[in-house]
Design a protein around this ligand. Structure first.
Ligand code: NAD
Ligand code: GLY
Length: 373
């Protein structure tokens, strides 16, 4: 079994991301080398536990383990979900030298990471992500959070994991819709600053990733983690560059709010459409050539990924969308901030987006019309 290793360089808090098929069987060795603990709390959800609980139990057979199984779904990222995890850790007598391991998608990763950050003022945390989205995005970089009545991810902490172990075999059970949602975040890295990666995805790599071909998964996940690790190393706490990772996300978050978080629109689906919109809007502002915006739209459509054209009713209220965008965490001094682009791989942070221009665009696309060739 061969694996790639990507390092997240954060001085004393640096850590490895291990990527490959079958890496779960080596989890014990990696844990011993990085954490030194002999006791591990595995936090997972019901679906992942049913599908892969036996595999992680076998990988951890030399450790004392305590398994915390939560229902699946975004609702777990709440005070109740947090309380349930912390309560179970206290009842089992865990201390800070033990390891708290997230085994699931982004929901379990965000919830467990936040629990680890506050458990006795901060415990050792490890990520074993099981969705494509978590393997290329949420497990790396230390953002942890729960939601509250005011919005998503508003209560959280930066708490870096000690290790991220990615086993691409775990993805073989992932529903196609979730695979596509994760693929959106892979495309994002090409569009931010890796044009050659986007070209490779557009050529054959993207279709192979969606077909869950092992070599393609390993390559695309390695490039994605390398790209994310580079940004996080530069700007761990998002005082600048890290905002680039939000390409397409301002549109996406507004669409998600319109959709309501009931599973009707997955985060990655909204990001896919949001990137299409960010490039279309960039073109309208005269920043991005039409051919480049169209190429992205064609790539997404060809692979059955959602685009702006699939957002229908979620686009029907431009004023509400703008309202949602005004709440975005990236905004400063009341000015809208968007990630826009001068072309594929040439994204930049625009901190003074004209609200009338944006509203005009949203009004135009609310009425069915397509400015692309
Ligand atoms: P998720 O965790 O809800 O997982 C999606 C579904 O897939 C769930 O039903 C889960 O049970 C199931 N599942 C997980 N692994 C599986 C497998 N191997 N086989 C079959 N089914 C499996 O969703 P997600 O898309 O992974 O994560 C979304 C969350 O991630 C959101 O809460 C979002 O805010 C967060 N997020 C965080 C960051 C960050 O930097 N921390 C970045 C992006 C997204
Ligand atoms: N997913 C965006 C970030 O980690 O900053």
């Amino acid at each position: 079994m061969t694996a790639d290793t990507v390092q997240v360089e954060l001085g004393p808090r640096s850590y490895d991301i291990v990527i490959g098929a079958g890496t779960l069987s080596r989890l014990g060795d990696h844990l011993r080398a990085t954490t030194g603990s002999d006791r591990v709390a595995v936090v997972t959800d019901e679906t992942v536990h049913a599908l892969h609980g036996a595999s992680i139990a076998s990988a951890l057979s030399d450790f004392r383990t305590h398994v915390i199984v939560r229902p699946e779904g975004e609702a777990q990222k709440s005070m109740e979900g947090l309380d349930a995890v912390l309560d179970s850790l206290f009842r089992a007598g865990f201390d800070r030298s033990d390891t708290i391991l997230a085994f699931g998608g982004g929901v379990i990763g965000d919830l467990t990471g936040f629990a680890a950050s506050v458990f006795k003022r901060g415990a050792t945390f490890v990520q074993v992500p099981t969705t494509l989205l978590a393997q290329v995005d949420s497990s790396v970089g230390g953002k942890t959070a729960i939601n509250n009545a005011y919005g998503k991810n508003l209560v959280g902490a930066f708490h870096q994991p000690r290790l991220v172990l990615i086993d691409t075999d775990l993805l073989q059970t992932l529903p196609e819709r979730q695979v596509k949602a994760g693929y959106a975040e892979i495309v994002k890295y090409g569009l931010i600053d890796r044009p050659e990666f986007f070209m490779a995805l557009d050529d054959e790599l993207g279709a192979d990733v969606l077909a869950l071909e092992p070599a393609a998964l390993r390559e695309a996940i390695s490039v994605s983690c390398t790209a994310k690790a580079a940004v996080v190393a530069q700007d761990e706490r998002e005082s600048g560059t890290r905002a680039l990772l939000n390409l397409g996300h301002t549109f996406a978050h507004a669409l998600e709010l319109q959709a309501g978080y009931d599973g009707g629109l997955l985060h990655g689906e909204a990001v896919s459409a949001g990137m299409d919109m960010a490039f279309e809007f960039s073109h309208r502002l005269g920043l991005c050539p039409a051919q480049e915006a169209s190429r992205i739209h064609r790539h997404l459509s060809r692979l059955g990924m959602p685009t702006r054209a699939d957002m229908g009713l979620f686009l029907s209220d431009p004023a509400a969308l703008i309202d949602h965008m005004r709440q975005d965490k990236k905004n400063e001094g009341g000015r809208l901030t968007l990630i826009l682009a001068r072309g594929i791989g040439q994204s930049f942070i625009d901190r003074s987006v004209s609200e009338p221009d944006l509203l005009d665009y949203l009004k135009d696309i609310a009425a069915p019309m397509d400015i692309r060739s």
